[in-house]
Design a protein around this ligand. Structure first.
Ligand SMILES: Cc1ncc(COP(=O)(O)O)c(C=O)c1O
Length: 362
């Protein structure tokens, strides 16, 4: 039997590997592999989710009006320039499918969200990577990598898996220098965590310019990863194009209801942001005190370079953590160790395990 042949570019794609969630021998392992929220989701979101069960026989609102209006109010954006997706990954994928032809180039940073090259390659496009400077997105390197074939540039800010951010001034420089026919996606999956004053998500560019799309997700600080909801703010013509390709009911009724309530509960978001910052302030110095290098993360995860200690490496550290019931994730092009921020007790456990790993080396 011969299988029907799929489109050529699909043969080049390596399947996305989900963060591990089970460990043999551990009934309830501590899963710190997928940058999920340590603080669950807002009560209001869960109540709205439960209430939605009474209308499960109805199709969802394909125009996503209530959720778009809630986002618009909270973020001070025009509701008609917002579109919601089945996770923000769907929206990133839709933009790539809308604007990228075979032979075009999609420009990413060296560290990037791993679905981005998959979407680009599926279009038959070439993936171009720009170097970073000290694990931070380097706008000059990105601009040097732009060619006449570049159609889409994707910058996650903060980036994954580094957790570092590019300040507003750098993003403004990128926006100003990019040719107008290149779409810039600013992926703000972790933007809500950032407390630094010189950061913003770039949404004003999506309003003022014709070529900037900013994406956000309910999967991270809102703690609704299982529901699959993301949103984007974009210029009217891009919103119109996305809406031509988007399946009309891409966000389920329960997801719309829960996300709308979650968006209106900004007190929950502020508390999660505060707790995450507090956790980073313990974790990052704690890891450095052990001799390991760790990125200056402002997100809900951090990336450890174990090679700063003689004899240490990612594979052994993963083995040590997993043997003790903690699941981290090797991540990025140079295989460092990415760990999600947990509760204070969970973070303490990680620090203790890393200290034990370190002690076992000498
Ligand atoms: C940088 C980045 N962008 C986008 C996403 C997609 O998130 P979702 O599709 O759950 O909204 C993720 C998920 O981990 C991410 O890390």
């Amino acid at each position: 039997m011969t299988a029907p042949s799929s489109r050529g570019p699909l043969n080049e794609i390596q399947r996305y590997q989900q963060g591990k969630s089970a460990l043999p021998g551990h009934e309830a392992p501590l899963k710190l592999s997928s940058n999920e929220s340590a603080y669950g989701s807002s009560d209001a979101a869960r109540e709205a989710y439960v209430a939605a069960r009474d209308l499960l026989h109805r199709y969802p609102d394909g125009s996503q009006t209530a959720l778009r209006e809630a986002i618009a109010e909270v973020h001070g954006l025009p509701a008609e320039q917002i579109v919601c997706g089945n996770g923000s990954e769907e929206l990133i994928g839709l933009v790539v499918r809308c604007y990228v032809n075979p032979g075009d180039e999609v420009l990413l940073t060296r560290n990037h969200f791993v679905m981005c090259p998959i979407y680009a390659r599926a279009q038959g496009a070439k993936v171009v990577l720009a170097e970073e400077r000290d694990d931070v997105v380097d706008v000059d390197a990105l601009l040097r990598a732009v060619t006449p074939r570049t159609r889409v540039v994707i910058v996650a800010n903060p980036n994954n898996p580094t957790g570092t951010y590019a300040p507003r001034a750098d993003i403004a420089r990128l926006v100003d220098a990019l040719p107008e026919d290149v779409v810039l996606i600013l992926d703000g999956a972790y933007a809500e965590y950032v407390t630094e004053e010189d950061f913003d998500d770039g949404a004003t560019f999506a309003i003022e310019r014709a070529n900037v799309v900013v994406t956000h997700t309910f999967s991270k600080i809102y703690g609704l990863a299982g529901l699959r909801v993301g949103w984007a703010v974009a210029p009217p013509a891009i919103i119109d194009t996305i809406n031509r390709l988007r399946t009309p009911f891409n966000v389920s009724a329960a997801a719309l209801a829960a996300a709308t309530a979650a968006m209106r509960d900004q007190a929950f978001v502020a508390e999660a942001r505060r707790r995450n910052r507090e956790a980073l302030d313990v974790l990052l110095p704690g890891i450095r005190a052990l001799g390991f290098a760790v990125t200056n993360s402002v997100a809900n995860f951090y990336l450890i370079d174990l090679s700063t200690v003689a004899g240490a490496n990612t594979a052994d550290a993963v083995m040590h953590l997993e043997a003790n019931g903690v699941i981290p994730r090797p991540a990025g092009p140079d295989g460092r160790l990415r760990i999600t921020v947990g509760t204070p007790n969970e973070n303490q456990r990680v620090l203790e395990l890393l200290a034990a790993y370190r002690a076992g080396l000498s």
